[in-house]
Design a protein around this ligand. Structure first.
Ligand code: BGP
Length: 481
């Protein structure tokens, strides 16, 4: 007997901007991602104000999921997917975010995509906003710093809810909303980068803008949830948090307290607002530490209270440690770093691999909120080698996923209500942090490379067959293939 529920939602996850390509096709407008160049682990990607001719922008073609989705969904179905997490590119529906009427060609694309999922018995799990803010909203409002974006977001939600009400039941409002608590979130998430041009490593840190933007995102999320509950009672509305568990580096109580403070700002601040419907008491301290005030209007507290989520989802890749000792060796986690954990190995991109941390995180989150949880991203970004016979023997990926699934099952045995698991990048796609194709996560290899070459053909990796067996046995048989 499997320890997981009979209707466990096995699947995989992608995001529109990292997979679809067709960035200016069928009326689509440019999103922030479309203004990001390629980069690597050592060379940060750049943001450009205009689109530079001759510069490589990985989202412009990506893996052309736009043109290949039918074959790709068929491959997901072959693995036995019960669910498929993807996002809607806001700029396909509202090219600048500010139009009154949606773009029919964009709506029609997702109609075809979601119908295709349904035909294969796959339940779509849709992220409404996954690092795809219309660039025009950055230019006009400095992204989510502008309160006006709440209404534009609601127009977008109303259009997609009504259009897909019979095809989509599970929705997530903002991908990794807590990215806004960190400097890099200004580019990927809050869009508070008006006029900024340059390397991701040099984004001027403006916490007042980021936290103001987050307040507007909280309101937008709560309004969307409330609207869905009132008009589409069949919908299940979730949040999505980039969950990076941190541990105190030592048992020095000063490290323990420092870690508590870090966990609050990084992981709990956004979670508490979206699940409990109010700012936590420690929010004041966070604002004070940054020397900022967040502007709120009368009625905001009620909006937050009325739009709490039905289920809690999160990404989990790695953990970090926190220390008060400035000489503690730093981890090299590209966008999110801490002190190095001597007990853990790291991926080629410096992300510390910690399956037990997933078990721990699931328990912590469930103890705090007692609503169903779902792990909607997890996986190993690695450099795959395609052998002469075309095979990709990604045993390291199988090993990573197996250990995380084992720990997930232990959390379920501890009492956690876990709905499902959608490993990240179930098909190779563009990396969000670095813009690379070389950082691959997929069960399916895509012939696409960082110089823009590749015939975009798809092939099954070893992990494809392994994951198929895992799903078929509802997570019981995790043995090698
Ligand atoms: C999360 C994002 C994804 C995704 C993933 C892996 O933060 O939600 O969009 O890309 O991380 O990160 P990366 O692509 O940088 O390896």
């Amino acid at each position: 007997m499997s320890v997981l529920r009979k209707d466990f939602l096995w699947g995989g996850a992608i995001a529109a901007n990292q997979a679809e390509g067709a960035w200016n096709v069928d009326g689509k407008g440019a999103s922030v991602s479309d203004h990001c160049t390629g980069g690597s682990h050592t060379v940060p990607k750049r943001v450009t104000v205009g689109i530079e001719p001759g510069t490589f922008y990985p989202s412009h073609e990506a893996i052309d999921f736009y043109g290949h989705f039918e074959g790709d969904i068929a491959l997901f179905a072959e693995m036995g997917f019960k669910t498929f997490r993807t996002s809607i590119n806001w700029t396909r529906i509202f090219p600048t975010g500010m139009e009154d009427e949606p773009n029919e060609a964009g709506l029609a694309f997702y109609d075809r995509l979601f119908s295709c999922c349904k035909e294969h018995g796959i339940e779509p799990l849709v992220t409404i906003s996954h690092y795809e803010l219309p660039y025009a909203l950055v230019e006009k409002y400095n992204g989510w710093e502008g309160r006006e974006l709440i209404d534009y977001f609601m127009n977008y939600c109303k259009a997609i809810f009504e259009r897909y009400k019979d095809k989509v039941k599970y929705w997530l409002t903002f991908n990794e909303i807590n990215a806004g608590t960190m400097p890099f979130g200004a580019v990927l998430s809050t869009g508070t980068i008006r006029g900024f041009e340059g390397s991701m490593a040099n984004i001027p840190d403006k916490p007042a803008e980021r936290f103001q933007a987050l307040h507007h995102q909280f309101l937008a999320s709560a309004k969307a949830v409330k609207y869905a509950h009132e008009n589409y009672p069949q919908f299940k509305m979730g949040n999505m948090i980039c969950f990076v568990t941190t541990y105190p580096l030592t048992c020095n109580p000063a490290d323990v307290l420092e870690n508590q403070e870090h966990m609050r700002e990084m992981n709990w601040y956004c979670s508490d607002v979206q699940v409990r419907g109010e700012y936590p008491a420690y929010a004041q301290k966070i604002w004070k530490n940054h020397g900022i005030t967040v502007k709120m209007e009368p009625g905001d507290a009620e909006i937050l209270k009325e739009g709490t989520v039905d289920f809690y989802t999160f990404s989990y890749y790695s953990s970090n440690t926190i220390s008060v000792d400035p000489s503690a060796a730093a981890s090299d986690g590209n966008l999110i770093a801490g002190s190095k954990n001597p007990y853990l190995e790291s991926s080629d991109w410096g992300w510390q691999i910690d399956p037990k941390g997933l078990h721990y995180s699931l328990n912590e989150i469930y103890d705090r909120y007692r609503i169903p949880l779902m792990v909607v991203e997890n996986g190993l970004g690695a450099r795959d080698v395609k052998e002469a016979d075309g095979s990709v023997n990604d045993f390291y990926r199988i090993d990573y996923l197996r250990k995380h699934i084992e720990e997930m099952k232990k959390a379920v045995e501890d009492g956690v209500d876990l709905m499902g698991y959608t490993p990240w990048g179930c098909i190779d796609l563009v990396s969000a942090s670095t813009g690379e194709m070389a950082k691959r996560y997929g069960f399916i290899y895509v012939d696409k490379y960082d110089d823009g070459t590749g015939d975009l053909s798809r092939s099954r990796k070893k992990s494809f067959y392994w994951y198929k067996k895992v799903i078929a046995t509802n997570g019981e048989d995790l043995s090698d293939i």
